[in-house]
Design a protein around this ligand. Structure first.
Ligand code: ADP
Length: 444
C-alpha cells in the first residue's frame, strides 16, 4: 500500500519538480501540469496492467506463476497464492481420505452400495457388483429398483421398513449352485441409503447340514430305540418261556449294539473334526496295521457269512506312516469291513499297500461285490448316505464309515478315491503324501 502511494506521490513530485525547475519560463506551468498528468496516466496504466494480469491469472484457474511484482497487487497475488495452496492441500488431504475410505469399502467382503435420496446408485464396491451383477460404466445413477428385480427385494424397498434384513438369491444363483444373499438397507442423512449385502450361502448350507445331521441321527437312534421299547414291553406283559425270553434278549442286545456302534462312530467323527491334526513325527508300522486288520477281517467274514471270502492281504516291505495309529486303523478297517459286508461269500477281496511311482503310497481294498452306480460315487462319503439302505443296516452299518475314512485320509495329507463298476466290484483307495511315508526299501 505504502509503495502504491509512494509511487503515485513520486510521479506527482517529479511533475512538481519539473514545474519548479521550469517556473521562470513561460512554459513552466503547462509543462509541470502536463508532466503530472502524463506521470499519473503512466502510473494508472502500469497499475491497471498489473491488475489485469492478476485477473487473467485468476480467470485461468490461478495456474502456474505470473509476474505481478511488488506493491498492493504483489501482496494480493501472494496472499491469493497462499490461500490457494492451503486450500489445495486441504482438498488433496480430503481426496486422499475419501480414496482411502472407498478403498476400505472396496476391500470389504460385504457388498456396499451408496444410494442418493431418489434411490439411485451413487457408488458400489466390487462385491456388490458381484452380488447384484452391477456394471460400473452402465449402472451408476440408475434406480436400484430397476436393477435388482427380485420380488422380495422390491417389496422390501417399497415397504420402507428397514429395521430388518431380507434374504434373496444372488445374481449368479443357479439351481445347481444356489447363492443366497442377506440384504439390509440403512437410511442415513438427507434421505440417502446404504445397502449392505452379505453372501450367506455357506452359512445356510452349514445350517441345512446341521438340521439334516440332527434329523438323521434322531432317525438312526429312534429305530433301534422303538424296537427295544417294543421288546421291553413284550417281556413285561407276556408270559414267556425261558427260550423265548432268551431270544428276545438276544434281539434287544442286537439293537443296543447297533446304537452303541452309531454313538461310537459319531464320537469318532466329532473327535476327527475337533482335534488337532495327527502328529507327523510318530511313525506307525503298516505291517502291524495290516496284521491287525487281517485278523479282524477273517473274524468278520466268519461272523457275517456262512462261507468265508477269498481274502488276500498283500504284505509290503516294512513301511511306516506318520500319524495316528488309531485313526489309520479305523480308516483301513472301515474299508475292509465294507468290502466284507457288501461282497457275497467266497468272492475275492484284495487288500494292498504299495509305494506309488509318483512318491507317497496307496492303500487299497478291491472287492468283487455288487459295485456302485456312478451317480452315487460323489456322495458316498457324505454322512448317512447309503446306496443299499437295508443291506447297510442288516450288516450293522451306520452310514458314517466312509465319512470317517475321508476325514482320516485328509488329516494324513491324503485322499479317498472310489472306483466302481456295477456288477463287477469296487476299489476304495487312500493315497498318502510322500512326506508321511517312510519305507526301509526306499531308504526314505
Ligand atoms: P455303511 O455303514 O452304510 O456301510 P459307509 O459310509 O461305510 O456306510 O458306506 C456308505 C455306502 O456306500 C454304503 O451304505 C453302501 O451302500 C456303499 N458301499 C460302501 N462300501 C461298499 C462296497 N465295498 N461295495 C458296495 N457298496 C459299498
Amino acid at each position: 500500500m505504502i509503495w502504491r502511494l509512494l509511487s503515485l506521490l513520486l510521479c506527482q513530485a517529479f511533475a512538481a519538480g519539473l514545474g519548479w525547475y521550469l517556473a521562470p519560463t513561460p512554459w513552466g506551468l503547462p509543462i509541470a501540469l502536463a508532466s503530472a498528468l502524463v506521470g499519473s496516466c503512466l502510473w494508472l496504466v502500469l497499475d491497471t496492467t498489473r491488475g489485469l494480469r492478476m485477473l487473467a491469472w485468476l480467470r485461468g484457474g490461478a495456474q502456474g506463476d505470473t509476474a505481478i511484482g511488488n506493491g498492493l497487487w504483489g501482496e494480493a497475488y501472494d496472499r491469493v497464492r497462499r490461500i490457494l495452496r492451503a486450500t489445495n492441500k486441504r482438498t488433496q488431504e480430503s481426496d486422499k481420505r475419501l480414496t482411502d475410505f472407498l478403498a476400505a469399502l472396496q476391500a470389504s467382503p460385504n457388498g456396499v452400495v451408496l444410494l442418493d435420496a431418489e434411490v439411485r446408485i451413487e457408488w458400489f464396491n466390487q462385491t456388490a457388483a458381484l452380488h447384484f451383477g452391477f456394471d460400473a460404466q452402465r449402472d451408476l445413477l440408475q434406480h436400484l429398483g430397476n436393477l435388482v428385480r427380485d420380488p422380495g427385494f422390491a417389496a422390501y424397498l417399497a415397504e420402507h421398513n428397514f429395521d430388518h434384513d431380507i434374504t434373496m438369491p444372488g445374481k449368479e444363483s443357479r439351481d445347481a449352485k444356489p447363492v443366497k444373499l442377506s440384504v439390509h438397507l440403512h437410511p442415513y442423512g438427507g434421505g440417502r441409503m446404504l445397502l449392505l449385502s452379505r453372501d450367506i450361502t455357506a452359512v445356510e448350507q452349514a445350517e441345512a447340514m446341521r438340521r439334516d445331521f440332527v434329523a438323521n441321527v434322531s432317525h438312526e437312534i429312534r429305530t433301534p430305540l422303538t424296537v427295544l421299547a417294543g421288546f421291553v414291553e413284550t417281556l413285561q406283559t407276556l408270559p414267556l418261556d425261558d427260550e423265548e425270553r432268551q431270544r428276545y434278549l438276544g434281539l434287544m442286545e442286537q439293537q443296543a449294539q447297533r446304537m452303541q456302534t452309531l454313538v461310537n462312530d459319531l464320537l469318532t467323527l466329532s473327535r476327527l473334526e475337533g482335534s488337532p491334526p495327527p502328529p507327523n513325527n510318530e511313525w506307525v508300522s503298516v505291517d502291524m496295521l495290516m496284521q491287525h486288520c487281517e485278523q479282524e477281517a477273517r473274524d468278520l467274514s466268519r461272523l457275517l457269512w456262512t462261507e468265508t471270502h477269498d481274502l488276500r492281504f498283500d504284505r509290503t516291505p516294512d513301511c511306516e506312516i506318520a500319524g495316528s495309529a488309531a485313526e489309520l486303523h479305523s480308516a483301513m478297517s472301515n474299508l475292509i469291513g465294507n468290502a466284507i459286508r457288501y461282497t457275497p461269500a467266497q468272492r475275492r477281496i484284495e487288500v494292498c499297500f504299495y509305494m506309488s511311482p509318483e512318491g507317497g503310497a496307496v492303500f487299497y481294498v478291491h472287492d468283487q461285490g455288487p459295485g456302485i452306480a456312478q451317480e452315487h460315487l460323489p456322495r458316498l462319503s457324505e454322512r448317512f448316505y447309503r446306496v443299499d439302505r437295508s443291506r447297510s443296516r442288516d450288516t450293522g452299518g451306520t452310514g458314517l464309515g466312509l465319512a470317517i475314512v475321508k476325514h482320516v485320509a485328509q488329516r494324513h495329507g491324503g485322499e479317498l478315491h472310489i472306483e466302481s463298476t456295477p456288477g463287477k466290484g469296487s476299489t476304495f483307495s487312500i493315497t498318502f503324501a510322500a512326506s508321511r511315508i517312510r519305507c526301509e526299501t526306499t531308504g526314505a
